[in-house]
Ligand binder design. Structure first.
Ligand SMILES: [Zn+2]
Length: 148
């Protein structure tokens, strides 16, 4: 039997948790790091830091204990719907937002469940296109909010 001809996407896997494309050799975690690095040069993007991290975390929930995840989701909804300032969110939910150790499950306990979304961190990274990232983050948060 002849081996199938590789398609341009043959090596692009998708995330087992959010279903997002693993683009340019990055996992979702790597894509998140790349987008956060852009914040240094993009004040508009930096202003959306909570949305970036929280959206990522809500689409990768297996790492969190259930109560931390519930707190994060409640704060996220309030932020999107009512514009709760990030400083207040940080005070309220503390660790869940930054992924501190006490809110995280032991890696052995994590069970990845695939749930697909309209937009993921791969859409924010957009193959390394920093231009317009803040606008994409706002679209991501709005679509994610509607899918919760
Ligand atoms: Zn993912």
């Amino acid at each position: 039997m002849k081996a199938p001809t590789p398609s341009p996407h043959a090596d692009s896997a998708s995330c087992p948790e959010c279903g997002g494309a693993q683009t340019d050799g990055f996992s979702c975690w790597g894509l998140l790091g790349a987008v956060i690095a852009w914040e240094m040069h993009d004040a508009e993007l930096q202003a959306e830091h909570f949305k970036i991290v929280a959206s990522y975390n809500l689409q990768h929930p297996a790492q969190f204990h259930a109560d931390a995840l519930a707190d994060l989701q409640a704060a996220y909804v309030e932020q999107i719907d009512l514009g709760l300032p990030a400083s207040q969110i940080r005070k309220r939910i503390g660790g869940a937002y930054e992924g501190e150790r006490r809110v995280l499950k032991d890696p052995a306990e994590r069970q990845l469940v695939l749930r697909t979304w309209k937009m993921t961190i791969a859409d924010i990274y957009a193959h390394g296109q920093a231009q317009g990232a803040a606008q994409r983050v706002r679209q991501w948060a709005a679509s994610l909010r509607a899918e919760l």
